[in-house]
Design a protein around this ligand. Structure first.
Ligand code: HEC
Length: 124
């Protein structure tokens, strides 16, 4: 008859484990990737330049113009934005997925660039 209290204790510990909220490892950013993404207030200088400089300048700058694409000047970015090459390249749906041999941009960065292009690629 000594086993019963132990069994109850064991069940109690198990129940505690199931009820404990610390057992949830769901990350907010993984569940809601767009929740904290401000893809509305987007400007060339504050939004577009930092994304392109971090991911694209290494191959597409005035000093290293791979495929004659220059992304470190407004004129160069505007050209690929408006000729329809920029968005398919970063969404990796076109013939040349970018960044070449790198990992795809995060969904928030892609959403921001898409918004800026849809706005008409303004120099703001
Ligand atoms: C490792 C070098 C490298 C990086 C990094 C890179 N590119 Fe490219 N990019 C190329 C090369 C090379 C081409 C020519 C096409 C090819 O060979 O894939 C190209 C072509 C392009 C084109 C023209 C596609 C077309 O349809 O003609 C665009 C637009 C472009 N890149 C945008 C970007 C953007 C935006 C980024 C950053 C997110 C980026 N690239 C990062 C090397 C790179």
């Amino acid at each position: 008859m000594k086993i019963k209290p132990l069994l109850i204790l064991l069940l109690f510990i198990l129940a505690l484990g199931f009820l404990s909220p610390s057992c949830y490892y769901d990350k907010e950013e993984t569940l809601y990737p767009f929740k904290k993404c401000d893809s509305v207030n987007v400007t060339y200088s504050q939004t577009v330049v930092p994304i392109l400089s971090a991911n694209c300048y290494v191959c597409h700058s005035t000093g290293n113009q791979q495929s004659s694409i220059v992304l470190d000047t407004y004129g160069g970015v505007k050209e690929v934005a408006l000729n329809g090459k920029l968005i398919p390249s970063i969404e990796q749906t076109g013939p040349f997925p970018m960044p070449k041999s790198g990992s795809k941009l995060d969904p928030c960065s892609i959403a921001k660039l898409r918004k800026w292009v849809n706005d008409g690629a303004p120099q703001n």
